[in-house]
Design a protein around this ligand. Structure first.
Ligand SMILES: C[S@@+](CC[C@H](N)C(=O)[O-])C[C@H]1O[C@@H](n2cnc3c(N)ncnc32)[C@H](O)[C@@H]1O
Length: 222
């Protein structure tokens, strides 16, 4: 029989087909292989520590579906942080802008309603807590320990670096840090998440897995 308390017993966990279908139907940016790596990391870390998992960068809930299902499976909760006004590259005139996500009354992006619809239809609403606001402000108020921190928020040095500085202190001793959009070659994408990844390696994290631009790291020293 599988011992679910062994560190690696859950590391290859996959979501049920209905959850995968909800993920693939959701608006967002994460490819399937990276989503599966995120899911396996979340199930492993939450199952081992019994602590919540947290992401910075909810957007419309695509990756949050997987974290919420990982939380359901391990009896914890997924926390997801976003001001829901979009990152720099999602603003009007930029590459990743989606005009359907602009609130016509205030003239700004608002991804909170699609996020709520996505999690409702996936049947995962009760396994996720949405923290609506700026990542550094929420991190400064936060008091609990976390099994996993997933950085997928703003892609500038200010924002990605702020996410790392704000949330890594809340990570459990043997927790996992996951960073999205890590591109060692500047030709492939912005460098701020890569610099966060390098900082983590320099500050006592070791690499657990590489899937596309997704890096899973484990803390080895404080
Ligand atoms: C790349 S999207 C997240 C994609 C999402 N994880 C997915 O799987 O589709 C980045 C999100 O981070 C949010 N964001 C950027 N900077 C932020 C900050 N400083 N605090 C809170 N949210 C932020 C944006 O509003 C945007 O929704």
């Amino acid at each position: 029989m599988t011992d679910l308390h062994q560190p690696d017993a859950r590391s290859t966990a996959r979501p049920e087909p209905a959850v995968l279908a909800a993920f693939e139907a959701a608006t967002g940016f994460m490819p399937l292989d990276e989503g599966l790596a995120l899911y396996a990391a979340a199930v492993e870390a939450a199952g081992r520590t019994g602590l919540p998992v947290l992401e910075i960068g909810t957007y419309c809930g695509r990756s949050a579906i997987l974290l919420a299902d990982a939380a359901r499976r391990t009896g914890t909760v997924a926390l997801t942080v976003d001001h829901h006004r979009g990152s720099e590259e999602q603003q009007p005139g930029w590459e990743y802008h989606d005009p359907s996500l602009v609130d016509p009354e205030v003239g700004r992006m608002d991804t909170l309603p699609p996020f709520r619809r996505t999690l409702f239809h996936a049947g995962l609403e009760e396994h996720v807590v949405a923290l609506v606001g700026r990542s550094p402000q929420i991190a400064a108020l936060w008091g609990g320990r976390l099994a996993l921190v997933f950085i997928d928020g703003g892609h500038t040095d200010e924002h990605a670096g702020g996410d790392y500085a704000g949330w890594v202190p809340h990570l459990a001793e043997d927790g996992l840090l996951v960073v999205h959009d890590v591109f060692p070659d500047p030709a492939d994408g912005g460098q701020a998440p890569y610099r966060v990844y390098l900082r983590a390696l320099a500050e006592g994290f070791e690499e657990v897995s590489v899937t596309g631009s997704l890096r899973v790291l484990r803390r080895t020293a404080r």
